[in-house]
Design a protein around this ligand. Structure first.
Ligand SMILES: [Zn+2]
Ligand SMILES: [Zn+2]
Ligand SMILES: [Zn+2]
Length: 146
């Protein structure tokens, strides 16, 4: 006996599940140079300020940051580059390690912290927990020497 065909089930929209660890990355908007936060795994980011779509660098690309010596804009570049030209004032900045900014998640509250590359520890501004970063930095160094 024929069974009446049920209407094609419309899949319920999956509830938005943020990444388990809530990991976020940053990039600089290609349009307005604002620093954008995006969830890890995204392939492009639409800027809420100027609506420009900025492609996310492929995973594994190590991005580094430095502050422009001319206009103090935060610049982003692929780690290993030796110089970075500022898109605002066209100053060419030497990508010295001393100028680099690195990131670490607070060991206590998981807040994303920025610190000067080469620092051994960074103190969280939120919970005052001191997160040690020395070990991971030296691992990165060894990779370059091999
Ligand atoms: Zn923008
Ligand atoms: Zn500049
Ligand atoms: Zn913290």
């Amino acid at each position: 006996m024929p069974v009446p065909l049920a209407p094609y089930p419309t899949p319920a929209p999956a509830p938005y599940t943020p990444p388990a660890n809530g990991a976020q990355s940053q990039l600089v908007c290609s349009g307005c140079r604002n620093l954008l936060l995006y969830p890890v795994g995204a392939t492009s980011v639409c800027c809420a300020v100027c609506n420009a779509v900025t492609a996310v660098p492929p995973p594994g690309t190590e991005m580094a940051q430095l502050v422009c010596g001319g206009c103090h804009t935060l610049l982003m570049y692929i780690r290993g580059a030796t110089s970075v030209q500022c898109s605002c004032c066209h100053t060419v900045n030497l990508a010295l390690e001393a100028n680099q900014v690195a990131h670490v998640n607070c060991g206590n509250c998981r807040m994303l912290l920025m610190y000067q590359y080469g620092a051994r520890s960074v103190k969280c501004a939120v919970c005052n927990f001191v997160t040690s970063v020395g070990a991971s930095a030296s691992t990165t160094e060894q990779k370059f020497n091999s």
